[in-house]
Design a protein. Structure first.
Length: 105
């Protein structure tokens, strides 16, 4: 499912800026479809980021996050060529993981 994310990790002034755009419906379970039926909840619950296999970020999300979430964070101590990996897990058991190599800005 690596096509569910677009990522960039660039070294800028000693920090690596990681940008992640995730394709996900992020349904709350409270919205109704055109026939008045509730659309079942379907949202990302856990986002984890690693740098060369070491966890550097873990976030628990809920229904308050918008469709196709965008996440930006910065890392200290990373260098060009390091691997940043981002994984999400949603409330229905779906998951996606993507890796990216840190580049110079």
């Amino acid at each position: 499912m690596s096509d569910n994310m677009k990522m960039r990790a660039q070294l800028k002034g000693g920090l690596v800026e990681v940008k992640v755009l995730m394709s996900h419906p992020m349904e709350t379970g409270r919205k109704k479809d055109d026939f008045g039926q509730l659309i079942p909840a379907h949202f990302v619950q856990l986002v984890t980021a690693t740098l060369n296999g070491k966890t550097v970020l873990e976030a628990q999300w809920g229904t308050g996050i918008a469709k196709n979430p965008y996440l930006t964070f910065r890392l200290k101590g990373a260098k060009v060529g390091d691997i940043v990996s981002v994984t999400w897990l949603d409330n229905v058991g779906e998951t996606a993981t993507q890796d990216i190599v840190v580049t110079a800005a």
